[in-house]
Design a protein around this ligand. Structure first.
Ligand code: AP5
Length: 229
């Protein structure tokens, strides 16, 4: 954790909003290290369910490959189970959830049940036109999940993860131009309205996510530090 950064004494739950490729996962992993919060990505949870061949995973697989949203019922159930685990007690960074108004309302209910709420919803503001390039150049370490990009974030030694030294790099099945286009359509139709949802509650912050990764991280750290103060 960074020196001088305030660690929350009570649960501090943050939502990261933004289209596919905005940098939610990249930034959530850094916030996790800096602030001691837990990254909770419904995309990762769904991919794990698909890999494990669970009932939810079997239902989600084709939907994800098409770039559409998995049903609220499945995603809320997965989120509810994960949120109940002990490591989430002092706060989470929600990456990719909520994505619909139904999910946002369900989240409010789940948190209210345990005496918590959303401290800040941070919208990563980007241009759609840059997202296909970001997504099609993305790869991750199969060992630890660290994310990279062919042009914007390469590892120090080609093919070797900076974090864990692993050499098995993976690309996602839904990271192709056609699916990204549909994911952007789904984002604008179903998820973008949540910016107004959180704005109306006075917890919305906006961050310019077209800047280089390090600059976005600095702005985000300032927003989160102010939120936790
Ligand atoms: P999910 O896994 O959540 O994908 P997503 O929202 O489409 O977001 P991505 O992971 O693609 O992008 P990101 O914003 O995390 O960007 P990243 O940091 O990796 O969801 C996948 C699917 O699961 C959905 O389509 C849906 O089917 C289903 N699903 C998940 N949650 C759901 C829910 N709640 N309800 C219903 N269905 C759900 O960055 C991308 C690349 O760009 C990386 O290579 C990175 O290195 C690079 N990069 C990042 N920031 C910058 C920068 N500032 N400058 C240059 N490059 C950058």
């Amino acid at each position: 954790m960074m020196d001088g950064v305030k660690i929350p004494q009570t649960a501090a739950n943050l939502v990261l909003l933004g289209p596919p490729g905005a940098g939610k996962g990249t930034q959530a992993r850094m916030l996790e290290e800096t602030f001691g919060l837990v990254q909770l990505s419904t995309g990762d949870l769904l991919r794990a369910a698909v890999a494990a061949g669970t009932e939810a995973g079997r239902a989600a697989k084709a939907v994800m490959e098409a770039g559409d949203l998995v049903s609220d019922e499945i995603v809320i159930a997965i989120l509810r189970d994960r949120l109940a685990e002990a490591d989430c007690a002092s706060g989470v960074i929600l990456d990719g959830f909520p994505r619909t108004t139904v999910q946002a309302e369900a989240l409010d209910g789940l948190l209210a049940d345990i005496g918590q709420d959303i401290r800040a919803a941070i919208s990563l503001e980007v241009d759609d036109s840059a997202m296909v390039t970001r997504i099609s150049g993305r790869y991750t370490c199969g060992g630890c999940g660290e994310g990279y990009h062919d042009s914007f974030k390469t590892s120090a030694v080609e093919g070797k993860c900076d974090k864990c030294g692993g050499s098995e790099m993976k690309r996602r099945a839904d990271d192709n131009a056609e699916t990204v286009t549909q994911r952007l359509v789904a984002y604008h139709a179903q998820t973008a309205p949540l910016i107004s949802y959180y704005d109306a509650r006075g917890v919305l912050a906006r961050v310019d996510a077209m800047a280089p990764i390090g600059d976005v991280a600095k702005e985000l750290n300032a927003v989160v530090t102010a939120t936790l103060a």
